[in-house]
Design a protein around this ligand. Structure first.
Ligand SMILES: N[C@@H](CCC(=O)N[C@@H](CS)C(=O)NCC(=O)O)C(=O)O
Length: 225
């Protein structure tokens, strides 16, 4: 069964190291839907490997022959294809609010984490990916990896500020979506797991409510990470 569902998943030089925020979203979403899946480790420069999907980015899902890329499209696909499994979005209003969480995560949380972890990511990449990563990310961030590394303490407050609404929410209720997890949790988890997997020093204390929520999600879904 699991061989029918494959997820192309970003990996480091160590192919066990999986750190893409978008791929983590999808892995949690599939676990939420009680779906088995295999992952295929993928490197940034393996563009030819996923060319069949018409994209150069992961996640790419192949589900019983159906090819879907882009994490949002994959989540929408899973919701439509598996209506009898637990919902990712619940009702119409929650679906709209999840869009807000997605945009906030991608516009505020990802850049704040990115500036803390970029040097760490560069270090764990397969050597064949490093020149490509340096060129594309230095262009995107407008600074060299070394400049970003030197300014780590300067960049930390933006990350800490982004954590406040997450931590506050998780001290008031067990999940971002309330009493149980939904795709909003998967999105925020993906961002923080990206940081957890690549930062050269821990971004969160083990007893931080955010760390406890991350462990609870992984355990609840039976995922290792
Ligand atoms: N909008 C896409 C973004 C996917 C994305 O940016 N994936 C990164 C890995 S985290 C990637 O594959 N990048 C390839 C590249 O930069 O060439 C989604 O939600 O799936």
């Amino acid at each position: 069964m699991s061989s029918q569902r494959k997820l192309y998943d970003l990996a480091g030089a160590d192919t066990e190291l999986r750190f893409s925020p978008y791929c983590w979203r999808v892995k949690l979403a599939m676990a939420h839907k009680n779906l088995n899946f295999e992952t295929v480790p993928w490197h940034f420069t393996d563009k030819d490997v996923i060319a069949f999907a018409g994209t150069g980015k992961v996640p790419v899902l192949v589900d019983d022959g159906k090819v879907v890329h882009d994490s949002q499209d994959i989540a929408e696909y899973l919701e439509a294809a598996y209506p009898n499994e637990p919902t990712l979005f619940n009702d119409h209003a929650t679906r709209g609010l999840t869009k807000f969480i997605k945009n906030w995560a991608e516009r505020t949380l990802h850049p704040a984490i990115g500036r803390l972890v970029l040097p760490g990511i560069f270090a764990i990449l397969h050597p064949k990916d490093q020149p490509y990563f340096r060129k594309t990310r230095e262009a995107a961030y407008g600074e060299t990896i070394e400049e970003i590394a030197a300014k780590r303490e300067q960049y930390r407050p933006a990350f800490e500020a982004a954590l406040v609404p997450i931590r506050t929410t998780l001290t008031e209720q067990p999940y971002i979506a309330g009493t149980g997890p939904s795709y909003a949790d998967h999105i925020v988890f993906g961002a923080l797991q990206w940081g957890r997997k690549t930062s050269t020093e821990p971004l969160l204390g083990e007893d931080d409510p955010i760390s406890l929520w991350m462990h609870a999600l992984l355990e609840g879904y039976g995922l290792t990470g």
